[in-house]
Design a protein around this ligand. Structure first.
Ligand code: NAD
Length: 287
């Protein structure tokens, strides 16, 4: 049986560190503030936002939820972001996906101040990641959380063959950039890739982020590979599962993230971590 890359445990350790950092800041009269904007009544989004809010409060942050109706105009939403950009009690802003069709998502994401862009979506922060600049900038929470998890389990990346399946701005692309920066050789696959297994069979590390149930089975993975499953799907019995057929591969690979309990908790813990990072970086810059 493969080693389970335990995101739940690693996230709770990270949260404990974050809680202590917040306590220290509070002793200096500073309370990190996270604002989450949710547009409309998508049930899954509401659940994610509630979970983030609960954890932020538990760790001692100032957590603000801005709930606005799906009928909001783009101009009104931009005005809300401007208000949050200027709010000195808020250090981190997250706009929950998805947004209604009449709103240009990129325009909204790019309007967030790069110094409050906790999900690392703005062109400035994406650019810093791609240039592998040293210094302080936020990175998309899911890929960054995955890097923390890989580090925790001493998964060596330099010179390894990595395959990232999915090319979204929120997971696939920043994941690939982080792995390249860490010295891995990376292939990025997506819906137009014709023979996925041709790449994955050769990979030391596979990160799957597609939302496609049972995308990868035992025949598609190399013995001893490391698998990180970002996907969130419901199987025929209504259970939450990933993209990878866990039971089929678990005895063949060296390590694998469970779903649930793998990447999910790392994403939210990283959100909290980066809210505190942004607070501290702001202080260092005299903001
Ligand atoms: P997305 O829909 O933006 O992107 C999906 C990607 O998968 C696309 O790049 C697409 O080209 C690729 N794809 C689709 N079908 C494919 C196929 N048959 N073969 C190869 N590639 C294919 O989704 P996303 O936001 O990047 O999320 C991906 C998955 O990860 C979803 O299941 C989502 O719920 C999950 N997710 C989990 C977390 C977490 O914290 N656990 C965070 C973000 C996303």
């Amino acid at each position: 049986m493969a080693i389970l890359l335990d995101g739940k445990k690693t996230a709770s350790e990270l949260n404990e560190t974050t809680r202590k950092r917040i306590l220290k800041l509070k002793q200096c009269g500073i309370v990190p503030g996270l604002a989450v904007v949710i547009v409309g009544e998508d049930q899954a989004s509401q659940r994610y936002v509630r979970n983030k809010h609960k954890l932020a409060l538990k760790l001692g942050m100032n957590s603000v939820i801005k709930e606005v109706p799906a009928s909001i105009t783009e101009a009104q939403l931009l005005a809300l972001i401007t208000e949050l950009n200027q709010d000195t009690t808020i250090q981190a802003i997250l706009v929950q996906d998805p947004l209604p069709k009449h709103i240009n998502e990129q325009r909204i994401m790019q309007s967030i101040s790069s110094t409050k862009d906790v999900d690392g979506f703005t062109a400035v922060n994406v650019g810093q990641l791609y240039l592998n600049l040293t210094g302080n900038y936020p990175v998309a929470c899911t890929p960054k959380g995955i890097m923390t998890l890989l580090e925790k389990y001493d998964i060596f990346l330099r010179g390894k063959k990595a395959v990232v399946i999915g090319r979204s701005a929120i997971v696939g692309k920043p994941m690939a950039a982080l792995l390249v920066n860490a010295g891995a050789s990376v292939s990025i696959l997506h819906r137009y890739t014709t023979e996925i297994a041709e790449y994955t069979r050769d990979a030391d590390l596979i990160i799957s982020a597609t939302g496609v149930l049972r995308l990868l089975g035992a025949e598609a993975v190399k013995p001893g590979a490391v698998i990180v499953d970002v996907g969130q799907n419901l199987d025929e019995t209504g259970h939450l599962v990933g993209d990878v057929d866990f039971n089929a591969v678990k005895d063949k690979v060296a390590a694998i993230t469970p779903v649930p309990g793998g990447v999910g908790p790392m994403t939210i813990a990283t959100l909290m971590q980066q809210t505190v990072d942004l607070t501290e970086w702001g202080l260092a810059n005299g903001k």
